[in-house]
Design a protein. Structure first.
Length: 448
């Protein structure tokens, strides 16, 4: 694995990297699809098993501290934590029989519906407290809900924006938005690139994390917002045709394609931090690096508006209860503790992500009103869910369906082709047909 891939993999702390081939999930998606597994309540006492991905060292330490603190705070429940290497994590859950899975497990948000479909996760509503559910942000709950039941809650969330170098923007005479309410249109963003190009020695003024590749989860997470902002969808009412390849989506992808001449390939991962480009299209996770490099010259901007309002991706790692747990009451008690302010704050301090609980978010130095990353909180405060993508909402949940692995594979593949010069209309139409064929072959991946 290259160093650039390793660098992006660290962003899996935000639930974006999905290092396991998501297609492997789809191959396991042909089960009965009943998805109605429910855990046994049990006594609420005794030992419970917990699995989590081994992310960056600071994250693992925060989680280990949370478990240690929980175990020492009471004597009824003992948690046994197992950390599994991030690169193997989702594959491990996918290939493990439900009866062998733990009482509590972490999972990457977009994989949840597939695990529910394959009867590996149980609804948590009866086992976590009403207070815990009420304190989860609406965006976080959107990712974890299917058919009115909650299967997952996260400690943190994610978001996209454009980081700007104020010094370079000012030097080129480029006026830039400061909040969601005065976002760039796509045409204004394109004009800004042109103005910056005129002042740039090599004409490369934009970073889109090309070094991470586009034919992967970064492609979907990073650039599906262009489709949503144009009024399209990856899938609508169970069909991609007419949504993913709509005229507005095709037009938006042509605009995206036109930016390539302005993009720094960013092979060293430092295009923005070293001042080679004025703009970087990426997520909240780059703030520590960029803030250190630019100081007061760093500005945070929303993505451009393609007509249906600015949009961002959201979602991240979440926690749920194994469908075969025999002690879901104890599992719920541990989740209540894990999602309290102390642990959420410790975790989001460790990884820099957006707190996924209302109280921790309001108190966050980075994300609170007036904080340097308030934009990300403002975006998440206007959730769309995964289907009702209106002009006024901003944070869109990737499709909550067991067929998501195929959606992301086909969309990101099309995106990569378009970026490489393919015709946007035919590339999106081909992806839409492939997605619809797969959904047809799997009876729509229905979860009753």
């Amino acid at each position: 694995m290259s160093s650039t891939n390793r660098r992006f993999r660290r962003t899996a702390s935000t639930g974006l990297a999905l290092a396991l081939p998501l297609a492997a999930l789809a191959a396991c998606g042909g089960g009965s699809g009943s998805g109605n597994a429910s855990a046994e309540a049990g006594s609420g006492k005794g030992t419970i098993s917990v699995w989590a991905h081994q992310g960056q060292k600071s994250e693992a330490a925060a989680l280990q501290d949370a478990v240690k603190s929980f175990n020492s705070s009471q004597s009824k429940i003992k948690v046994e934590l197992k950390l599994i290497p991030e690169s193997d994590y989702t594959k491990t859950i996918t290939t493990t029989d439900a009866s062998q899975l733990p009482d509590v497990m972490e999972f990457d948000g977009p994989t949840m519906a597939n695990f529910v479909y394959n009867k590996k996760l149980a609804p948590i509503d009866s086992y976590v407290s009403a207070k815990t559910l009420a304190n989860a942000t609406d965006a976080s709950k959107s990712q974890g809900e299917i058919g009115g039941k909650h299967y997952g809650l996260g400690m943190f969330d994610s978001g996209l924006g454009i980081y700007g170098n104020k010094k370079l923007l000012d030097a080129a005479g480029v006026k830039y938005p400061t909040s969601l309410s005065d976002d760039w249109t796509a045409a204004q963003f394109t004009a800004a690139l042109k103005a910056l190009k005129a002042k740039d020695p090599d004409g490369k003024t934009l970073d889109i994390q090309e070094n991470n590749g586009l034919a992967n989860e970064w492609g979907t997470y990073g650039f599906a917002p262009i489709v949503w902002s144009a009024g399209g969808s990856l899938i609508k009412d169970g069909k991609a045709e007419g949504a993913l390849d709509s005229p507005a989506a095709v037009s938006a992808m042509k605009t995206f394609q036109s930016w390539k001449t302005s993009v720094d390939p960013n092979t060293d991962g430092n295009a923005f931090a070293k001042g080679r480009v004025a703009l970087s299209w990426v997520g909240h996770w780059m703030y520590p690096t960029y803030s250190k490099a630019l100081g007061d010259d760093l500005v945070v901007l929303p993505l451009p508006d393609f007509g249906n309002g600015p949009k961002t991706g959201q979602g991240s790692w979440s926690w749920g209860i194994g469908a075969d747990s025999k002690n879901a009451k104890a599992a719920g008690a541990f989740m209540d503790n894990l999602l309290d302010d102390t642990n959420v704050t410790a975790m989001t301090t460790a990884n820099g992500a957006v707190p996924a609980t209302k109280t921790a978010l309001a108190a966050s130095p980075l994300y609170k009103q007036g904080g340097p990353l308030q934009l990300f909180a403002d975006q998440l405060a206007k959730p769309c869910g995964d289907s009702d993508i209106t002009k006024s909402c901003v944070a869109v949940t990737r499709p909550v369906t067991a067929g998501y692995p195929v959606i992301t594979s086909k969309f990101s593949g099309a995106l990569n082709s378009i970026y490489g010069g393919a015709d946007p209309k035919s590339a999106l139409a081909k992806a839409a047909r492939a997605i619809d064929q797969d959904f047809s072959d799997n009876a729509g991946y229905k979860i009753p």
